[in-house]
Design a protein around this ligand. Structure first.
Ligand code: BTN
Length: 261
């Protein structure tokens, strides 16, 4: 989870009024037309509240990349309570990815897979990305960006080959409201599971989503290692096998980047 907290920015966003707020599956969802980033907006919200916008003017991706967020996509941030044992919540980004995949499977998407830690792909193309921020102790913001009916390549032509949208994967795409309600219900489900049984309980659903072992290059804060990515363990650590078959286990904060090769 990242901690890019700037108190003054958070205060400015507290004044922004939603178009409407709805209740769904134990969540209160605040809907906006245009915001800079729903994750930054959600920094002001209490647990079990979520913010969704039609457009983000400064959508944030991992590694402080820009996230193209034009009209027609799902730009959603959900505030999850993560009180108690901090270690137990470390795998939340992985659990959230399971929630998004469960939702997409229910809407009929075939051939989904995850690229560590939580890129949602269909074959080599990215359908959704997750950015988890922690702005304050006790709450995490789970940000989900998904190309649904938007055309990200209209903003960045490179995304024409790198991204895929939900509308091209299923005969009838769900509405953004339907997707929002379903994803939030699934996030609530996985967080309840983590709380009651621990993250290890999600492993049988998570590990098959990597679609087998993959040859990867890991950037461990400047040290590059090549080998096989073999899923994650019960503590959410990345399992890596080097060329000699020796296994290493890495916490997510130890891995700056994973590249499939
Ligand atoms: C990534 O794959 O790099 C993560 C992308 C996360 C994008 C979402 S859109 C909703 C939320 N608000 C943001 O500014 N970012 C996340």
């Amino acid at each position: 989870m990242t901690m890019p907290f700037d108190v003054s920015l958070r205060a400015a966003r507290a004044d922004l009024k939603p178009l409407r707020s709805i209740q769904s599956a134990g969540w209160t969802v605040h809907e906006y037309d245009e915001v800079d980033s729903t994750n930054l907006l959600a920094a002001n919200l209490p647990p079990w509240h979520a913010a969704r916008a039609q457009v983000q003017t400064a959508g944030r991706g991992r590694f402080e990349r820009t996230w193209v967020s034009n009209r027609g996509g799902l730009w959603l941030s959900a505030v999850v309570p993560v009180g108690g044992d901090r270690m137990a919540w470390r795998p939340l980004p992985l659990a959230a990815a399971v929630a998004v995949c469960d939702c997409l499977t229910q809407f009929g998407v075939k051939g989904l897979r995850l690229r560590w830690p939580n890129d949602v792909l269909v074959e080599q193309k990215k359908l959704a990305g997750l950015l988890i921020d922690q702005f304050a102790p006790g709450a995490a913001v789970v940000g989900i960006g998904m190309n649904v009916c938007n055309r990200p390549e209209a903003v960045d032509p490179a995304l024409g080959v790198q991204a895929v949208r939900l509308a091209d994967l299923v005969p009838i795409a769900p509405t953004l409201e339907e997707l929002t309600c379903e994803i939030l219900a699934r996030i609530r489900e996985v967080t309840d599971e983590m709380l009651q049984h621990g993250f290890v309980h999600l492993l049988p659903r998570l590990n098959p989503l990597w679609s087998g072992e993959r040859k990867v290059e890991l950037d461990l804060d400047g040290t590059i290692r090549e080998g096989l990515f073999s899923g994650v363990d019960g503590g959410g650590r990345l399992i890596f096998a080097d060329r000699s078959g020796n296994f290493s286990f890495f916490e997510s904060h130890q891995v700056r980047h994973l590249r499939e090769i």
